[in-house]
Write a protein that binds this ligand. Sequence first.
Ligand code: SAM
Ligand code: DTB
Ligand code: SF4
Length: 355
Amino acid sequence: MNASSEQPAATMDAVGNAAAIRHDWTRAEVQHLHDLPFADLVFRAQGLHRANFDPNHVETASLLSIKTGGCPEDCGYCSQSAHFDTGVKATKLMEQESVVETARRARDAGATRFCMAAAWRSPKECDLERVCDMVSAVKGLGMETCATLGMLTPQQAARLRAAGLDFYNHNVDTSPEFYGRIVTTRTLQDRIDTLAHAREAGLKVCCGGIVGMGEQVEDRLGMLMLLANMPAHPESVPINLWNEVAGVPVNDTAERPDPIALVRLIAVARLLMPRSVVRLSAGRQYMTDELQALCFLAGANSIFIGDVLLTTKNPQRTRDAELLDRLGIRSGLARAAVATAGPAPRREAAVDDAA
Ligand code: SAM
Ligand code: DTB
Ligand code: SF4
C-alpha cells in the first residue's frame, strides 16, 4: 500500500480517525474527496490539519529574485522567459552583500524562511559556487534557506546541502496531461529527476504548481495526486494562483478558479498530504480576506510576505498583518510588528498586473 520504503505512518484527525500517510491515491478517491459536500470536506481537512499542525499558526517566507529574466526555458506563464516579450529586463546574478542585506530585512520584517530564485535552466558551476556562499551567509542570519535555480545534478544538490540549504523549490507546475501545453523545453520527468537529486542530497523538497492557467479541475487534482504519490511527500507544497503577466501565452487560456473551487483544492491537498506545509503562494492579491481565511481553515499554513514575489506583486505587509491578526493567527509578522515600530522595506514589482 505504501510505494516508498518507509513504514506507512498514521496520524489521527480531530475525531480520532486514523489517516495513513499514503502514496497510492487513485483518481476516483481524490475525486470523491473533492466532491464531498463543502462542510464535510472542510471539516475533514481541518481535523487532519489540527492533528498535525497548530491551526493558529502560519509560516511566513520571503522571496528574492537573485537573477532575473533572460531564461532559456519557455514556461508559458512566466515573465522571465526569454521566449516572450514581457518587458522584464534580464539582470546578472546579484552580489552576495545585497542578497544578505535583503534577507536580513526580510527576517526583521517577520520572514522565517528566505527563498533565493534564479531564472536559469540549470546553474553553471561558477554561479553555483556564488549561490552556495549566499546560502551559507543567509543561514548565518538564523533563517531557513530555500533556493530555486532550475534543474540540478546530484553533485550540485549535494553542494547546496553542504552549504546549508534546507529546501529546494522545483515545481511540477500542473498535471502530467496539461504539462505539455505549458512547457516544452523541459519535461516533467526532468523535473522529477531534479526532485530526486534534491532528496538524495538530504534537501527538503518544496514542490507544487499553478492554478488558473486554463486547466480543468481534473488537472488540478491530477497535480495534487502527482505530488501525493511521490515516494515522499514534499515538505512544502506551494499552490500558486497564476499571477497575470502581459505577453505570455497563458494569457490566452487563463481562467481564475472559482473561490470555492480553490478552497476545495486546498482541502484536498491537506487530506492527501497531511504533514506537508501547504503554502498559498502567488496570486493572493486576487483573493479576498474571507477567501484566504477559508483556505487557512481548509489547511493552508504558509504564505509569502513582502510587497513583491519575484517580478509580480504580493499583498502589502500591513494587509497580511491585519488579516492574520483578525483571525488570531500567530506568525513571524506579528512578532516583527512587536519588535519594530518602523515601516517595512519596500521593493517594486517589475511586472504591473491588472489587480
Ligand atoms: N527558474 C526556476 C524554475 O523554474 O525552477 C525557479 C523560479 S520559477 C519562477 C518557480 C515557480 O514559480 C515556477 O515553477 C512556477 O510554478 C511559479 N511561477 C512562475 N511564474 C508564475 C506566475 N506568473 N504566477 C504564478 N506562479 C508562477
Ligand atoms: C513558487 O511556487 N512560487 C514562488 C516560488 N515558488 C519561487 C514564485 C512565484 C512567482 C510569481 C511570479 C513572479 O513574481 O514573477
Ligand atoms: Fe525560467 Fe523558471 Fe520562468 Fe521557467 S519558471 S521560464 S525555468 S524562470
